[in-house]
Design a protein around this ligand. Structure first.
Ligand code: SIN
Length: 493
């Protein structure tokens, strides 16, 4: 069925550079596929380095005037953008579901989530305060001002096609930066629609420039920005492997970097936990976007004395989940994004079984009656998991929960931290002394304590270790797009 939008012009099929919609210089295109049906429903430019350079030229030309606007003016434009995102939420949600696959209700939630970052940074734009330092010697004034870093390159993932680009572009604009952006190859349409709304909001030409590119062309587009000394910051959400390449590439021109990379989140259930609350929290955290979320719990450690009870209650809940295409109003878990994604899940489950795991529910690919897509996977619980399994060490990025029994607190903290990643961790416990001990000992940028839903525009999102650096959202999120400049005024005696 063709995609029906209330405003058909929100289905955009060209790059947006310097306020103009334009094809790729090479006039190449690639297909956008609906993962639920496997059908091609749109085409977008397959851009190359020439398009990336055009985008950077436009961002450079717009930078001076944009940074010179008052913070209040930038805030007002961001607020107008926020209002337009909300006003067009139904169309944006349809675009998200069509290209990414998440159920429509969840896509609506993503629109609200992404919009909240735009509103938040509209409000933060007017609070980028500097500082006055008490003078160490008389006759001098020491001041600190915040300045925009310059052109920002934003490279965004497919799992939250709206929220991730919104939470990079909004703080960049609030800070006074201009942007060149490339959305994930699988999900370019939501980003293009978002940029159209930004233009409608009155955000000036050249302030946001967006090019789309296939998987094959993406390295060349990003490299053009890495090589461009005018691009002063790169903000990326995606795999740790790509994040490391960007960190190496940024060294030549010493760009500032924000890297929100892979995770391997532990979720710990202690014997003093409220078991039903822990099941609720795990369901919310794990099945958001079908498990295709960087903060999705990957390893679930359950204290042996409550293991059977927890496994039984969890398994009943997981077995009841409805899998289906986004168009099914009852669907709670949609298709995986593409063939590569489901292949990894199949391999992780196969490996877990080969290492002695037991399937408590699910465990296999699904073919749904009347649905052509081939990337549906049954929500799965694997019992008796052990550290030798791949899913103990690698992010599965799918609807698979592995349950690892444990005995003691020191043991489980060591297991939880035994990973190069450190984005999110979760634990459920009621003993307050334990709550503080464990919260302080977990090596991650985010800790959920008796809570599965962590993300919020007001909170700093980001990791430690190989999950990256930089923070998105919150008052800390604006700093990543600004320099701290020290002004020293003398001769005042
Ligand atoms: C992500 O998966 O990268 C972000 C998820 C979130 O914002 O909660």
């Amino acid at each position: 069925m063709p995609l029906q939008l209330i405003r058909s012009e929100l289905l955009c099929s060209e790059n947006f550079i310097a306020g103009r919609w334009q094809s790729a210089a090479a006039a190449a295109h690639y297909d956008v596929v609906d993962p639920a049906s496997g059908t091609v429903f749109a085409h977008v430019p397959d851009s190359g380095p020439a398009d990336a350079r055009d985008a950077a030229d436009a961002a450079a030309a717009a930078f001076g005037a944009w940074r010179a606007r008052s913070a209040r003016e930038r805030a007002q434009l961001l607020k107008r953008w926020h209002a337009l995102i909300q006003a067009n939420a139904d169309d944006l949600a349809r675009l998200i579901s069509s290209e990414q696959g998440k159920p429509l209700a969840e896509a609506r939630g993503e629109v609200a989530y992404g919009a909240s970052y735009v509103e938040w940074f509209a409000e933060e734009a007017v609070r980028a305060y500097g500082d006055m330092i008490p003078e160490p010697v008389r006759g001098k004034k020491l001041m600190v001002v915040k300045e925009p870093v310059g052109i920002v390159a934003a490279v965004t993932p497919w799992n939250f096609p709206l929220a991730m680009i919104a939470r990079k572009i909004a703080p960049a604009l609030a800070a006074g930066c201009t942007v060149v952006a490339k959305p994930a190859e699988d999900t370019p349409l939501t980003a293009l629609a978002l940029v159209r709304l930004a233009a409608e909001a009155g955000i000036p030409d050249g302030v946001i420039n967006l090019v789309t590119a296939s998987r094959a062309q993406t390295p060349a587009v990003v490299q053009a920005w890495m090589d461009d000394g005018r691009v002063r910051k790169v903000t990326f959400t995606g795999s740790t492997a790509v994040g490391k390449m960007l960190a190496r590439g940024a060294a030549d021109t010493l760009k500032k970097l924000s890297l929100e990379l892979g995770g391997n989140a532990p979720f710990i259930v202690f014997e003093d936990a409220d078991i039903d609350a822990a099941v609720d929290g795990l369901m919310a955290a794990k099945f958001r976007n079908g498990g295709q979320t960087c903060v999705s719990p990957n390893r679930v450690y359950v204290q042996r004395s409550v293991y059977d009870l927890f496994a039984a209650r969890l398994t009943a809940r997981v077995a009841a989940l409805k899998v289906g295409p986004a168009t099914d109003p009852e669907a709670q878990v949609g298709p995986m994004i593409n063939a590569r994604a489901i292949e990894k899940i199949v391999q992780h489950v196969g490996d877990a079984l080969a290492h002695g795991g037991t399937v408590l529910t699910g465990g296999e690919r699904l073919r749904l009656a009347g649905v052509a897509g081939t990337t549906f996977f049954a929500p799965t619980v694997i019992g008796d998991a052990c550290p030798d399994m791949r899913l103990a060490h690698e992010e599965t990025f799918g609807p698979v929960i592995a349950l690892f029994p444990f005995d003691g607190e020191d043991e489980v903290v060591a297991l939880a931290n035994d990973t190069p990643y450190g984005l999110a961790s979760y634990f459920y416990a009621s003993d307050l002394a334990r709550v503080w001990r464990v919260a302080e000992r977990l090596d991650s940028g985010i800790v959920g304590i008796n809570e599965g839903a962590l993300a919020a525009e007001a909170a700093p999102f980001g990791g430690v270790k190989e999950s990256g650096y930089g923070r998105e959202g919150s008052r800390y999120g604006l700093d990543d797009y600004m320099h701290t400049k020290y002004l020293c005024m003398g001769g005042l005696r």
